[in-house]
Ligand binder design. Structure first.
Ligand code: FMN
Length: 165
């Protein structure tokens, strides 16, 4: 038992130290109402076809909507969007009444002013422990001239200028 606890805390220590970007993934329910959450499990998968993945915790309130939807939109946040990141990770606040968004031609809720948006058709769902991995085929990409957000050990940041020196 202690060995399992030990392995879990080492796992959290390693994964919590792994730097990522931050995304918000959205979709719409049967009535067209928007849902979404903050996600950092996003990764690139394939170039041919264009595939990405992210994973959703089984405890997320909207998991059944994401599982039954045939599409979703991944918003890669810009460096100055910490508030948006916190909004989509907080309980008890109406997320879509507190940000600018509109429905796309694919009927996906698209949040304004992010670094990039990848609209995806659900390609495959894989059950993996206490998460479901959602693999998406990219059907539309938009990108703004901004820098993406960085996330490390629960801290948010921007790309340090020395990266470009
Ligand atoms: C930086 C960050 C990254 C996150 N990444 C994920 C993720 O990859 N998958 C996931 O299911 N939840 C992730 N979460 C947690 C969800 O955003 C959070 O639990 C959300 O409030 C769930 O939505 P709900 O309130 O509708 O249940 C992340 C939270 C933060 C702050």
């Amino acid at each position: 038992m202690n060995e399992i606890v030990d392995q879990t805390s080492k796992f959290k220590e390693v994964m919590g130290n792994y730097p990522t970007g931050v995304t918000i993934v959205t979709t719409a329910d049967d009535e067209g109402s928007p849902v979404g959450l903050t996600v950092n499990s996003f990764a690139s998968v394939s170039l041919d076809p264009l595939l990405i993945l992210w994973s959703i915790d089984h405890r997320v309130s909207t998991i059944d909507i994401f599982r039954s939807s045939d599409k979703f939109a991944v918003h890669v946040l810009a460096g100055d969007q910490t508030e948006l990141c916190n909004l989509f990770a907080s309980k008890g606040i109406d997320r879509f009444n507190n940000c600018d968004w509109k429905l796309s031609e694919h009927n996906l809720p698209i949040i304004s002013d992010v670094f990039a948006v990848l609209q995806c058709k659900t390609f495959k769902q894989v059950e993996a422990g206490d998460h479901t991995i959602l693999i998406g085929k990219v059907i539309d990409i938009t990108k703004e001239n901004k820098d993406p957000m960085l996330y490390h050990r629960r801290n948010f940041g921007v790309i340090p200028s020395k990266f470009y020196a």
